[in-house]
Design a protein around this ligand. Structure first.
Ligand SMILES: [Mg+2]
Length: 435
């Protein structure tokens, strides 16, 4: 096998990818020091784990696991409802610390950022590795939580590096060692390769990112078009995706839930209620130019227990019509006929910004464009004539009556400071200090 470096230049561009370790639970542990060192999870309101602390992960508790299973795996598990308000404040503080080092920061998600620090060696009189470690240390000191850092020549490479060691890892890979990193990288770990792309590449006998990068560029471009050509360049250390500093709305997730009284066993009624939440949640996502990559469907029973399922999409989408078949499947698998339900909930997670294109082959571009045009038209009509003027046929037989808004909310949302309203709030995280 050929084993030549792709480039011998160390850092023609120096890109950092900074990814917070177990972000939601780290924020909880930073806010309440008594939680440190303990197995903590968030996601109580969904009945499915949204984030698990490393102490919980060590005992086999992972994101997406139901709370019942998690409690069996880990007796003494501390389960918290999500406090997205505090998470988004910590997220802002984390990005602000990064901006003290360079203005070139792209807020990629609530707990991830790319930084372009090319040319900063002279400013700080130290190596790129040292700059990366300084930022990592500063975040730790200021926020009391850890991040993992990747440093390399492009965004795609930096993203691979930050995952290499976790938590509190630091991995820097300069030009002459890129090929070694790629040899240890499976195709599905490459940013931008969805399952069907991986399938196709495997059929051509490729196994690792290195196998892909070794192919001639016209081959990659011929097979995977523009995205393929770009990923090929990025992997070989030729940065083509700029760090995008444009302001983005950083919502960690979107959740819509409605309680109905009396509780019901009527399958179609419950599904219709869920679809109404789905439409509202996706409308909000589109308003903020966000697309979820994870979906959760949760049905809450009369005894306040949950049945729920979470799914990972192969490609982020903001089209309600596109996810409808999947929602139906998830509902069918979740719904247990003999039970009485009191509310439905939809959760959109792993939100990505519209501008960042996640691509996969074989998707039917024309059909997707059509779906988006229809969805856009529906949004326009609903904006003009009121919410739910146009809605899914499934929800049509629901009566127009106000729903009972007794959602399970985090304490911070129920307790308002003087002068606050539910819409306008002071930007304070909730502190759990006992006086
Ligand atoms: Mg993270």
């Amino acid at each position: 096998m050929e084993n030549q470096p792709f480039t011998v230049r160390s850092y023609p561009r120096a890109i950092l990818h900074i990814d917070a370790d177990a972000f939601f639970t780290s924020v909880e542990q930073a806010l309440d020091p008594t939680l440190r060192g303990k197995p903590v999870v968030t996601g109580q309101e969904r009945g499915i784990i949204a984030c698990a602390s490393y102490e919980a992960k060590a005992r086999g508790v992972k994101r997406g696991v139901s709370l019942g299973d998690a409690r069996r795996l880990c007796p003494g598990l501390i389960v918290l409802p999500s406090d997205y308000e505090s998470y988004s404040l910590y997220s802002k503080r984390m990005f602000n610390i990064m901006r003290q080092f360079t203005p070139c920061v792209e807020e990629y998600s609530v707990d991830e950022a790319f930084l372009d620090i090319t040319g900063m060696r002279r400013v700080y009189r130290c190596s790129y590795e040292e700059i990366g470690r300084k930022i990592q240390k500063e975040i730790h000191n200021e926020l009391g939580m850890t991040v993992s850092v990747g440093l390399s020549l492009s965004k795609a490479l930096a993203k691979l590096c930050s995952k290499f060691r976790k938590p509190r890892g630091f991995t820097g890979v300069q030009g002459r060692y890129i090929h070694i990193l790629l040899q240890r990288t499976a195709l599905e770990q490459v940013w931008g390769f969805g399952p069907s792309t991986v399938n196709l590449l495997t059929k051509y006998g490729l196994r690792t990112a290195y196998d892909f990068a070794l192919r001639p560029q016209p081959w990659a471009a011929g097979l995977l078009k523009k995205p393929g050509r770009e990923i090929w360049s990025e992997l070989r250390g030729d940065s083509v995706w700029p760090v995008d500093t444009a302001d983005k709305a950083t919502y960690g997730s979107i959740m819509k839930s409605k309680t109905f009284t009396p509780p019901s066993r009527d399958k179609e009624f419950i599904f219709a209620k869920l679809i109404k939440n789905v439409e509202a949640a996706f409308m909000k996502a589109r308003r903020y130019h966000l697309r979820p990559r994870r979906l959760g469907v949760i049905l809450r029973r009369q005894d306040f227990r949950h049945d729920g399922l979470e799914a990972q999409l192969s490609r982020a989408t903001s089209s309600t019509l596109e996810v409808m078949p999947l929602i139906r499947t998830m509902f069918e698998q979740t719904f247990a006929g003999q039970r009485e339900y009191r509310s439905t909930m939809i959760f959109l997670g792993a939100l990505e910004n519209d501008q960042i294109d996640q691509f996969d082959l074989f998707e039917d571009r024309l059909k997707i464009d059509d779906l988006f045009r229809v969805t856009g038209a529906i949004d326009d009509i609903n904006r003009r004539y009121g919410r739910h003027t146009v809605r899914s046929g499934t929800a049509l037989f629901l009566p127009h009556k106000p729903d009972n808004p007794r959602d399970m909310e985090h304490a911070r949302k129920q307790l308002l400071f003087p002068g606050e309203t539910p819409q306008r709030r002071l930007n304070f995280p909730r502190m759990s200090i006992k006086v």
